[in-house]
Design a protein around this ligand. Sequence first.
Ligand SMILES: Cc1ncc(COP(=O)(O)O)c(C=O)c1O
Length: 243
Amino acid sequence: VFFGARLIRVDGHYSQINAMYRRLIGSGRVKWYDCGTDNPYRYEGKKTYAYEIAQDLGWRVPDRVLHPAAGGMSLVKTWKGFNELRAIGWVDRLPMMTAVQAARCAPVVESWKKGLTRVAPVDKQSTIASALAAADPGLLGDQALATIRASNGAAVGVEEADIIEAVRLLGQEGLMIEPSGAVTVAAVRRGVREGTIGRDESVVCVLTGSGFKDFDRILDLVEIPQQVVSGYEGMLAEAERIG
Ligand SMILES: Cc1ncc(COP(=O)(O)O)c(C=O)c1O
């Protein structure tokens, strides 16, 4: 909006609104630039995650890539990027791909656990990882399941408290990441705790969203003092109190 977008607020959850958006674009009634899932610059663009990861690691491929998943497109396209790199011989292996969702809205995780090849919708419950709450990911969700299987990966649902802890931990590392982006850190901690991820494995956690994208959630996690002190003595007393 700050950059000039005009905003329509629509009641409904992510998957419903996405379906309506696609119908609107398909109707030809508006002449909008479609930045949704059908835009090749979007879905081909997402595979550049793989290029960046491999390049940053000196053209080595990590054992695992953990990616936050809503529809699952980023996971699917990152996998595509790694496959392309291997096809041209720039890397010699592929990572295991893990989709991470909030346990409160985790259709990919639940379908994967049941061994399904088509993703089954879930009843959405609200989650702090609101950008991931796609209760009915549809075809992309099916592709995410196929990616997980092909890569010998996994799908992990993480609890709200663990997501919040991950956001806080990342803050201590100097990274302000929105809860939806921080789920991968919650997942890797759980995986190591439960022994599903080995301590010696190389793991890349993709942190998809800046905290500025979901700033209200970040503000909920910080405490701004209401009290205003005055004068040097007041400041000193408060400084000594907080240590
Ligand atoms: C911060 C963040 N991370 C991850 C995703 C997941 O995207 P995908 O639909 O590609 O799974 C989204 C989707 O909107 C997002 O906003």
